[in-house]
Ligand binder design. Sequence first.
Ligand SMILES: [Zn+2]
Length: 471
Amino acid sequence: MGFERVKSMVSPLRSVSRVALGLAVAASVALSAGQAAAQSFIRDTEIEEILARNSEPILRAAGIEPRNVEIILVGSKDLNAFAGPRVMGFNTGLILESDTPNELQGVIAHEVGHLAAGHSARSGDFSKAGMRPFLLTMGLGVLAAIAGAPDAAAGLASSASYFGTLGALGYSREQESRADQAGATLLDKAGLSGKGLAEFFDNFRYQEVFDEARRFGYFRSHPISSDRIEALRRRVEGQPHYGKTDSSEAMAEHAIMKAKLDGFLNPQVAITKYEEKAADYPSRYARAIAYYQLKEPDRAIKLVDALLADQPENPYLWELKGQILFEFGRTPEAEAPQRRSVELKPDAPLLRINLGQTLIALDDKKKVQEGITELKRALTQEEDNAVAWRLLAEAYDKTGEDGLARLATAEFNYNIGDKQQARVFAMRAREMLTRGTPEWRRATDIVLVAEPTREDLRELAREGSVGGRTR
Ligand SMILES: [Zn+2]
């Protein structure tokens, strides 16, 4: 569990190529001091939903309401997963190393097992102080790409210190065994086999003989031993659901998720690994994405169109097509596929943000208005989505609604953890907005929560906005 400790400042933003939020690789943060592996936070509706479906029965078995748990995807080859009371995180490396949904669920159960066994006490910083700014930082790389925004890099620098609270969370061997046992109990309670849990760790048993430095990071914090695996195997083999296997639907989803990650993250490998003559959906999907990543949009779109001929109602294929077209500057053509993705999956804010981004880029007054509506709708579901706030600010700039543009910029800054800029823009917004309106009040609220200066407070008190008390 847990991240490597960040000893010094994170690196500046790497250039981020994936603009649209399809599988948006957001802030790329090189973890410093001997930990060369770059980490990035990834948003993708399709993968988040698959992971949520995998986690759901286990969370429920632990008495945790799945709706309250945020699924986070971290782009890193290192095997890692983590669970907090409100967050379940997965490294892409872990997903790619898991052979079946049941193995992935085994790891989820183990991590939730740490929680159930009360081991989360050691990660208190992580779940309280650390998590929110961590989430806020997610949209940054995308922003930098959208606007070439220098302030995004500054925002990252200012929120980077929060990464320091995500300390390395090592567990003792005893705690590992307890998490295994708690995980096995949860799996059983959820009606799932514990086979994958034992097998996943068994696959990495050889790691035992490696010296520390060569181990996967996951096994630095989750020490593995033959005794532990044997104890776990004995336990799960005796459980009633041991023989239960993954459904064909779950297997198919797992393959799609891995293919998508391979296509996005390892495109060069993907075009060899997923053969051209392969007729299965995951292979064709991986190749389409890989060609897009290899900057061959025409080839990619041809492959996506062929998949769409088979699955015309698949929102993620429309999303992908729109994303490719937008990213390669074919904005007017991106509109229709993105509209279709939203029609097919109206409850997914990221799809709406894609559509909003395209609409406001079209420089057509009516469409910019429509883009504002889409972004606002997405924000009702994900109010801390910095990308959406940034785009909204851009849209209000275009419509000449300066007060609202400042307010959206204040929200953006607030959500990337830059309180100072949030306060500055909220003060400017207040000057432009009509006094007493909900927007004006919202700007005032931002000033108040964003560490106002004495001067700000005096100003607010003078006009009676904050009841005259400035202490
Ligand atoms: Zn563990």
